[in-house]
Design a protein around this ligand. Structure first.
Ligand code: ZN
Length: 174
């Protein structure tokens, strides 16, 4: 397992659409292992392959708390087959948009078909935080970021703040 560098906005790769995985082989398993290590180190509760620069439809999620047993979820080629009409809002953040948070409304539950770590077909009924997290990560596979769900004003403000943050970091390094 190797910890990878996480891409940050406005990296153009984050806007690309990821390709479906053809076969869950050792290359894909290595990718998932690296993603998990990168996510735990960040720390974060979800990561899409595109965030480490790999344009494949692969997601890792782990909602366990720091003092709990790890419960990683590996999701390959996810397809949302059901979205609830009722919405839920969470204050969302993203490892690719560091230190910025905003409230996003999404369907409160959803059903997702996917392949697991062993390449087996699987289905998950997600609600609450897990539903939000899965939808956030599937957005990544389509080049969509949580700020795209906000007004243009809020989105521009967050992008400006992220840019400023980066400059400040550079200043310290120099
Ligand atoms: Zn994200």
């Amino acid at each position: 397992m190797t910890k990878k560098k996480i891409l940050v906005v406005p990296d153009p790769t984050l806007r690309k659409v990821s390709e479906p995985v053809k076969e869950v082989n050792s290359e894909i398993k290595n990718l998932m292992d690296d993603m998990l290590e990168t996510m735990y180190a960040a720390p974060g509760i979800g990561l899409a392959a595109v965030q480490i620069g790999v344009l494949k439809r692969v997601i890792v999620i782990d909602l366990s708390k720091a003092d709990e047993k790890k419960t990683p979820l590996f999701i390959i080629n996810p397809e949302i087959t059901f979205r609830s009409k009722d919405l839920i809002s969470y204050e969302e953040g993203c490892l690719s948009i560091p230190n910025q948070f905003a409230e996003v409304k999404r369907p409160s539950s959803c059903k997702v078909n996917y392949l697991d770590y062993e390449g087996r077909n699987n289905e998950i009924n997600a609600d609450g935080l897990l539903a939000t997290c899965i939808q956030h990560e599937i957005d990544h596979l389509n080049g969509v970021l949580f700020i795209d769900h906000l007004s243009k004003l809020k989105k521009d403000l967050i992008l400006k703040k992220t840019e400023k943050q980066k400059k400040e970091i550079n200043r310290v390094v120099v």
